[in-house]
Design a protein around this ligand. Structure first.
Ligand SMILES: NC(=O)c1ccc[n+]([C@@H]2O[C@H](COP(=O)([O-])OP(=O)(O)OC[C@H]3O[C@@H](n4cnc5c(N)ncnc54)[C@H](O)[C@@H]3O)[C@@H](O)[C@H]2O)c1
Length: 478
């Protein structure tokens, strides 16, 4: 094939393609890295001062390498032609039409990239599937590429699976110090050679024992399995949060005690209003769909339970808000703190904020929404996809700061765990609100006793109100 990878192209300049390639460029100054996308506005943003995505630490490494060995371009054919190795890092959203609607991942973008590579390659290439795909997707990519090979003897392709495990909000940390890098490929001589080329990129900064090599199908399935296990853990602690509220146990204490068991571990045991983001739901649904296609209905049902609990938790929280606000939120101003699906990102895909806000809008609450990294346009677009656009227009105000959002509100609902929400002047906020004033903490980040001392009625997920009252001995109710 070739002796050394000198040029890398990544198709897809999104949350994965951008940061991953910025890290490769940062760690491998001798490799020319080009990130391409069919969305030319996004490419223009990658070439500007204001990058299209927010990730702590990303701006610095992009600025240091951009124009040297990191390039963002809309010329996809050229970038494909010139590359030795091509990452496919395009989106694989849940299908919203036809067969598998609402369950299967839509692979049309991956297939279209495979066809573009077949058309413009012109020379041997290693093609790396970085997008999250169902098992055997690499086979379809190989099939398309082999057809091109039949007509052009200069061509040769090896397809590898190299799923990405970064988490938004900590992408740069995760990429610079990954728990593991997973590479799957064929057991043939050519397959092993391709694996070796990709390993030799990562091993510049990742210890060799953390670079795992497997067969292609294990690699593809491991990504779905890892996300299913992570999502299951959140649904498990969220299921416990409901038991806690009903019994007087405190979910933080239960998580702490459970997490002390070294077989379980203490990470990812934070109860919340439910998981969001572009991956967990999509990947669990993809696994469920795969199991159903394999006639493994029991397994499919088991994993579907993870999604069911997540949806239930969001609905349960919204219902709790309505119940505690005297069973009606119609025309009441409610401040929503946080719209991103987690802190340190501006990504709103599948954010629990969308669902809780939508339930409240259906009850005709007036929402005053604040998020430090999400634009008004984005908030309106997400809510408009869920509830009538006229209702969104009429009942939603997007605020520039949390004090403005809370002024005149009956309640504050914390839906994203932004650190700045812990530091606010809640006495000032309380005096600007309607009374009685309530706070619903869907992320367990606020100091409930302090808030109750100020005068707030408080509800925090996974804690029984009267239990909190007894525990902390402070005044206030609910
Ligand atoms: N976001 C995450 O945290 C994360 C983490 C791990 C894995 N993944 C997986 O990585 C993949 C990419 O996710 P993302 O969040 O970066 O998606 P994204 O939507 O942020 O970016 C995908 C980009 O691909 C571009 N694109 C689509 N089709 C194209 C084509 N034919 N030619 C050129 N560009 C094209 C889109 O314009 C878009 O900019 C998905 O499969 C996802 O499941 C995502």
């Amino acid at each position: 094939m070739f002796s050394k990878v000198e040029k890398v192209t990544c198709v897809g300049a999104g949350y994965v393609g951008g940061p991953t390639c910025a890290m490769i460029a940062h760690k491998c100054p001798d490799i020319q890295v080009t990130v391409v996308d069919m969305n030319s506005e996004k490419i223009a943003e990658w070439n500007s001062e204001k990058l299209p995505i927010y990730e702590p630490g990303l701006h610095e490494i992009v600025m240091a390498a951009r124009g040297k060995n990191l390039h963002f371009s809309s010329d996809i054919p050229k970038a494909i032609r010139e590359a030795d190795l091509i990452f496919i890092s395009v989106n694989t959203p849940t299908k919203n039409y036809g067969r598998g609607k609402g369950m299967a991942p839509d692979l049309k973008y991956v297939e279209s990239v495979a066809r573009t590579i077949a058309q413009h390659a012109g020379a041997p290439k290693i093609v790396v599937e970085k997008s999250t795909v169902p098992v055997k997707a690499a086979e379809s990519i190989s099939f398309i590429l082999r057809e091109a090979q039949k007509n052009d003897t200069r061509l040769a392709f090896q397809v590898l699976s190299n799923p990405e495990f970064l988490a938004e909000g900590t992408a740069i940390r995760d990429l610079s110090n990954p728990d593991r890098v997973l590479i799957g490929g064929e057991s043939t001589k050519e397959g092993q050679e391709a694996i070796h080329h990709l390993v030799s990129i990562y091993e510049r900064w990742v210890p060799r024992d953390r670079i795992l090599t497997t067969n292609t199908w294990s690699s593809e399935l491991s990504k779905l399995a890892a996300n299913a296990f992570l999502a299951q853990r959140i649904s498990s602690i969220n299921a416990m949060s409901a038991v806690c509220e009903a019994t007087g146990a405190d979910v933080r204490e239960v998580a702490h005690a459970v997490g002390f068991d070294s077989r379980i571990g203490n990470k990812f045991l934070q109860a919340s209003v439910g998981f969001g983001g572009s991956c967990f739901q999509k990947d669990v649904l993809s696994l469920v769909y795969l199991c159903e296609s394999l006639n493994l209905q029991k397994v499919a049902d088991y994993w579907m339970g993870v999604i069911d609990i997540n949806n239930w938790q969001r609905r349960r929280f919204a219902d709790k808000i309505i119940a505690e606000l005297f069973n009606t939120v119609t025309d009441k101003r409610i401040a929503i703190f946080g719209f991103a699906f987690k802190k340190n990102t501006g990504d709103t895909r599948e954010s629990s904020s969308i669902y809780v806000s939508s339930h409240l809008l259906e009850e005709h609450a007036k929402l005053a929404i604040y998020d430090p990294k999400v634009s008004e346009k984005q908030i309106r677009m997400e809510l408009g996809n869920n509830v009538d656009k006229q209702i969104v227009e009429k009942l939603v105000t997007v605020c520039a700061d949390p004090y403005e959002a809370a002024a005149g509100a009956h309640a504050i609902v914390v839906l994203t765990e932004w650190d700045e929400f812990k530091e606010l002047d809640y006495s000032r906020i309380y005096s600007s609100m309607q009374h009685p004033a309530a706070i619903f903490d869907g992320r367990l980040i606020l100091d409930q006793p302090v808030l109750r001392d100020i005068g707030f009625r408080t509800f925090a997920i996974g804690t029984a109100p009267d239990q909190a009252y007894n525990l902390f001995g402070s005044s206030g109710c609910c």
